[in-house]
Design a protein around this ligand. Structure first.
Ligand code: NAD
Length: 252
């Protein structure tokens, strides 16, 4: 498939996990790819691996001026901007009385503010080419809650309804906006939980499919949502969680 031939895609959090798998997927389908991340080492290595029509732009997505530079760089390098995958994210554990104001703000800044920043900076370029597609990485933790994970739950909940709101605002401009809500995916963000055998097994026990998802399985959804195959989809939140949130919790 060559669904993104002559198109240009910006992927935040593109150096690792879901973002890196997506960079490989979009590039394999013909896109010019801009990998945006804080991690220079991984980002540069991935851009080198992809070769032509790929570049790494070091970006802190929580800083609006850096996000503006990112979108400008994509257009300067590849002539246009068609797809934005707002995917960078972090988590932070802590019960509210113990969570510092700085940690709360950091999570909201990276997981929610940055999605607005990306869209604000990218939409004018999409309008200039007659449309575009935005995909946001939300989480099943944006519609349900986890123990001691309030900032993340709040931020991802915000991403879900911001996605719907933005989809409505730009539906008549041929700019589609959708989100993906992954369940547990095997990436660095939860490698710590996965490295503890008991925790690993506990996750596998609660996921009806009995396993973690792979980043490539989310990348495939991102590519679908950004492609013309999803041409009548906007404001949709696509869950990919091995059946976790479909389950009542009743034991088998
Ligand atoms: P990951 O840690 O492998 O990737 C996240 C990337 O975001 C990293 O490369 C990191 O450097 C980058 N990043 C963090 N802060 C940044 C900042 N301020 N500016 C730019 N880049 C920054 O983890 P992942 O699982 O691939 O996470 C991708 C997205 O998926 C996140 O939004 C995460 O919340 C979401 N998600 C993950 C899971 C899961 O189980 N892995 C589940 C649901 C949602």
């Amino acid at each position: 498939m060559n669904r993104f031939k002559a198109k240009s895609v910006v992927i935040t959090g593109g150096a690792s996990g879901i973002g890196a798998a997506s960079a490989r997927r979009f590039h394999a389908e013909g896109a010019a790819v801009v990998i945006a991340d804080l991690n220079d080492e991984l980002g540069t290595a991935l851009a080198n691996e992809l070769g032509e029509r790929a570049l790494f732009q070091k970006t802190n997505v929580a800083e609006y001026d850096q996000v503006e530079v990112l979108m400008g760089t994509a257009v300067e390098a590849f002539g246009r901007l068609d797809v934005l995958f707002n995917n960078a994210g972090i988590g932070c554990f802590g019960l509210t009385p113990d969570l510092s104001v700085e940690d709360w703000r950091r999570v909201i800044a990276i997981d929610l503010d940055a999605v607005f920043f990306g869209c604000k900076a990218a939409i004018p370029y999409m309008r200039a080419v007659g449309g575009g597609a935005i995909v946001n990485t939300a989480s099943i933790s944006g519609s349900g809650a986890d123990y001691a994970f309030t900032a993340y739950n709040a931020a991802k909940g915000g991403v879900i309804n911001y996605t719907r709101a933005l989809a409505i605002d730009h539906a008549r401009e041929n700019i589609r906006v959708n989100a993906i809500s992954p369940g547990p995916i095997s990436t660095a963000i939860i490698a710590q939980a996965k490295s503890v055998p008991a925790a690993d097994q506990a996750w596998c026990d609660v996921v009806p499919m009995g396993r973690w998802g792979e980043p490539e399985e989310i990348a495939a959804i991102a590519a679908f949502l950004a492609s013309d195959d999803a041409s009548y989809m906007t404001g949709s939140i696509v869950t990919a969680d091995g059946g976790l949130t479909a389950h009542t919790g009743q034991p088998n």
